[in-house]
Design a protein around this ligand. Structure first.
Ligand code: HEM
Length: 424
């Protein structure tokens, strides 16, 4: 296995149209996600599904999700109000349940109310799977199928995957029936009243199937499950670390709030529109800088499927490659004073991250993140709603992050801040 931290070499792998296969560690997710976009080799099926799913992330579709971001963040804000006055709050679990609610509603068109029922079977199964994947990645004993199938984790995995698949299958069945039976009539009726029906990613897949695309029910389930996994821990991590950075940099937080006041004037409850989100330029620079310092996916892996030459050296078939996103983001040649939080790097004329493979929180090349525009809009919306309601202060005593690179970057001792009510 090789670990890549050098710009030119990283560019070679990410730019390659031949090295598109994921490394074997991804297989720990296989029982749950099957061969959906994230795990599948860069084969014909991946190409076909990527083509089908790409239009689902068009701005016109994303616009429909803005209300979902808002309604779920309203719940988050109510939960966080109970933390006001405490000297320290770990915001990660709160934000994580909120992003789980959002992805569930946008991917499946169904509410699981994770924020209200964090102990529901579905929520605990998602959490159990995320934990098992980490346990297996870091514990050599659990990596081989033979000892693994005798462990407690294996039994939990079996049970959790069944619960997760049962839910996705039943949602697919229900939405499919709706599409076939009522929805056309119902949506015509609603549209005549000026109410637009909100489509979930799942509906778009069902529509493609109806148009004749080769998509089995299993294919559809795999893609929906993939969004559930790829689209919630990542955004929760991005959001939590941005909040932490803001707690540490009051002057930056004030500049973000000034921008929000220009957009919303003194109205702290008006629902956020897509246009508002597009106007949050300084906020975007803040999020980008936070994703540079704390990239939610700190590394990605590839497998070389046939011998290739790089810089005069033959890389043999079967070679595993780890691409260190975290490392390249802290390269002083690309980002002077890399440890400093400086959103101005990404603001207006500044050139940070202009090299195509130097700034890669969403990876780059043909296997980049399909959900990146969705993620940025979601993070902006949740942050804006939090900042309209709370001042984010460092926790007391000061909290020092203990960064751990799991499948998603986390802090072992939580991401703690202090919340104070804001007069907006
Ligand atoms: C801040 C949030 C996010 C970050 C930092 C992020 C990052 C990434 C990265 C680095 C990859 C490449 C992984 C690899 O090569 O192994 C990726 C792939 C992917 N992401 Fe995201 N992601 C985020 C949010 C989302 C969301 C919200 C969705 C879905 C709604 C999503 C869906 C996917 C999918 C399906 C892939 C696989 C694409 C393919 O291989 O064709 N991600 N993401």
């Amino acid at each position: 296995m090789i670990v890549v931290n050098d710009y030119k070499c990283l560019e070679f792998f990410l730019n390659s149209t031949k090295i598109l296969d994921k490394s074997p560690e991804y297989k720990f997710l296989g029982e749950w996600l099957g061969t959906g976009l994230l795990l599948s080799d860069g084969d014909e099926k991946w190409k076909r599904h990527r083509k089908i799913l790409t239009p689902a992330f068009h701005f016109k579709i994303l616009e429909q999700f803005v209300d979902t971001f808002q309604s779920n963040t309203n719940i988050l804000v109510e939960k966080l109000k109970k933390e006001v006055g405490k000297s320290s709050t770990d915001i990660y679990p709160y934000v994580n349940l909120c992003t789980l609610d959002i992805i569930c509603e946008t991917a499946m068109g169904t509410q699981i109310h994770a924020q209200e029922h964090s102990n529901s079977e579905y929520v605990t199964s998602v959490k159990a799977m995320c934990k098992i994947i980490i346990d297996r990645s870091f514990n050599p004993f659990l990596q081989y199928t033979f000892p693994y199938i005798f462990t407690e984790q294996y039994r939990t995995e079996k049970k959790s995957v069944k619960i997760l698949h049962d839910v996705t299958n039943s949602v697919i069945k229900k939405r499919q029936e709706e599409v076939e039976n009522h929805i056309n009539a119902q949506s015509a009726e609603l549209e005549s009243l000026g109410v637009k029906r909100r489509l979930a990613f799942l509906d778009l897949l069902l529509e493609e199937k109806k148009k004749g695309q080769i998509l089995s029910d299993v294919h559809i389930r795999e893609e929906v499950d993939t969004f559930m996994f790829a689209g919630h821990d990542t955004t929760a991590s991005g959001l939590s670390f941005t909040l932490y950075c803001l707690s540490e940099h009051p002057e930056v937080q004030q500049a973000v709030v000034n921008e929000l006041q220009d957009i919303f004037e003194d109205n702290k409850t008006r629902s956020i529109t897509l246009r508002d989100l597009q106007e949050m330029k300084y906020m975007e620079a803040v999020i980008k800088e936070s994703l540079r310092l704390y990239p939610p996916v700190p590394f990605t892996g590839r497998e070389v499927k046939e011998d290739v030459e790089y810089d005069g050296t033959v890389l043999p078939e079967g070679l595993g490659v780890v691409l260190l996103i975290y490392g390249i983001h802290r390269d002083p040649k690309l980002f002077p004073e890399p440890e400093k939080f400086l959103p101005e790097r990404f603001y207006s004329e500044n050139t940070a991250g202009k090299l195509p493979f130097g700034y890669i929180p969403f990876s780059a090349g043909s296997r980049n993140c399909i959900g990146q525009r969705f993620a940025l809009l979601e993070i902006k919306s949740v942050l804006a709603n939090i900042l309209r309601n709370f001042i984010i202060l460092p926790s007391n005593p000061k909290h020092n992050l203990e960064i751990v690179a799991e499948t998603v970057i986390k802090s072992a001792n939580g991401v703690c801040v202090q919340l104070k009510e804001r007069e907006f």
